[in-house]
Design a protein around this ligand. Structure first.
Ligand SMILES: [Zn+2]
Length: 408
């Protein structure tokens, strides 16, 4: 195939190739039309780039169910990156769990492991335990280590764009650490760190309830409340990486002082910790949000009422967000998502009452599809997003071009 090697046409082609590869990284198995929609390139440009990538062995055919195309039968409608061309490792540091997974480029999970963790676990011990789990998962998956593109990590706390963890009520011992750098040192692989709500949003937008939507907001409702905003398939992180802190939307400027220093934050009314504290007083015993959810599903009226009121409060903050961001879908995840419509119905009602009518018309409030795996899968998506182009199919082509064009 003839390629333009010099000038702006050549570099435009190279740029478009990268966009196609990037789109396939995020979509996994996709049709050419989906790739065109995702990249904004024309169908014919996508088809010609895909043909080139197939010839070079970086893209393979899939049948319409996403399985490897066998030839014969229905014509292959779908394509994917060659799964063996790279692997991604994901790590989710939860409030009381640690999860790791290894996935290939067709987004198939090859190995996965979960461990319970003690409350308030520290960064150093958790990084070591995670590294051991990763080594085990890599061995289980049978994946060659040199094919691993990197390690994505999610954490329930703010992560500044410099990679430094901000102060977090959930894992306070992590503040100020550069967890990704430590993991890189430990494993000898490139690592990236993201906020858990952001990663949950990335995963739900890529593979879950938000797939195919233009603007998605993921709400992680657990001990705290966070949001991940995904616009056009890209995470919106703001200037310093802290966008989406919806839990600190002030609902009452004379309300209780929040741990963040403000007053009347949503989290002080509707965070899992706040709800559990409220009901612990009512029942005169120490309850956790999981206990509240269990009692509510068993019909306990006090727990049901607390969750319904939380839904209404969350809806107020979400209505404001709808006016500002105009999302197509609000996806509810985190442990409080298990309350289902008990929480979601009052939340929807509150959004309907308070957001401007045109924003209400556009938005749908749904449960996440990925459940407790959303953050772990998001950590894998982070690698697919961030890993450099060296493995994307570009490097071998450049080598080929370099031998063909020995320019002085
Ligand atoms: Zn606050």
């Amino acid at each position: 195939m003839e390629r333009e090697e010099s000038g702006s046409l050549g570099s435009l082609r190279e740029f478009n190739r990268e966009r196609v590869v990037q789109a396939l990284r995020m979509l996994g198995v996709a049709s050419r039309a989906e790739v065109a929609r995702r990249t904004g390139l024309s169908r014919s440009t996508v088809s010609s780039i895909v043909a080139e990538l197939q010839e070079e062995g970086f893209v393979v055919d899939r049948d319409s169910d996403g399985r490897p195309a066998t030839g014969g039968g229905r014509p292959p409608a779908m394509i994917a990156l060659d799964p063996s061309a790279g692997l991604a490792v994901g790590i989710d540091f939860g409030k009381r769990h640690l999860a790791v997974a290894v996935a290939d480029l067709s987004h198939e999970i090859l190995a996965e492991a979960w461990r319970e963790m003690p409350n308030d676990y520290g960064a150093a011990e958790a990084i070591e335990r995670a590294a051991e789990l990763v080594e085990g998962a890599i061995a289980d998956s049978g994946a060659p280590r040199d094919r691993i593109l990197g390690v994505g990590m999610g954490l329930p706390g703010p992560v500044h764009s410099t990679g430094t963890v901000g102060s977090s009520a959930i894992l306070p011992g992590w503040a100020g650490t550069k967890a990704a750098d430590r993991m890189t040192e430990r494993l000898g692989m490139e690592a990236w760190l993201g906020n858990d709500a952001n990663l949950g949003g990335l995963a739900e937008a890529t593979w879950g309830s938000g797939r195919g939507c233009s603007t998605v907001v993921y709400l992680k409702l657990a001990t705290g409340i966070g949001a991940g905003i995904v616009i056009g398939g890209q995470l919106f992180e703001g200037a310093g990486g802290t966008a989406g802190e919806i839990g600190h939307t002030s609902l009452d400027e004379t309300g209780d002082i929040c741990r963040c220093g403000s007053r009347g934050c949503l989290e002080t009314y509707a965070g899992g910790a706040a709800i559990a504290a409220l009901l612990s007083r009512s029942f005169n015993q120490e309850l956790e949000i999981e206990d509240v959810l269990r009692r509510a599903s068993g019909g306990d009226p006090a727990c049901r009422r607390a969750l319904a009121e939380a839904g209404r409060h969350i809806g107020v903050a979400v209505a404001n967000l709808c006016n500002l961001v105009n999302p197509e879908r609000i996806i509810v995840g985190g442990s409080m998502g298990y309350a289902g419509d008990l929480l979601l119905d009052p939340l929807r009602e509150s959004v309907k009452l308070r957001a401007i009518p045109s924003a209400v018309e556009d938005v749908e409030v749904v449960l996440g599809e990925l459940g407790e795996r959303a953050e772990l899968l998001g950590a894998i998506a982070l690698v697919l997003h961030e890993a450099g182009p060296a493995w994307s199919g570009r490097a071998p082509v450049m080598q080929k071009a370099a031998t063909a064009d020995t320019e002085p």
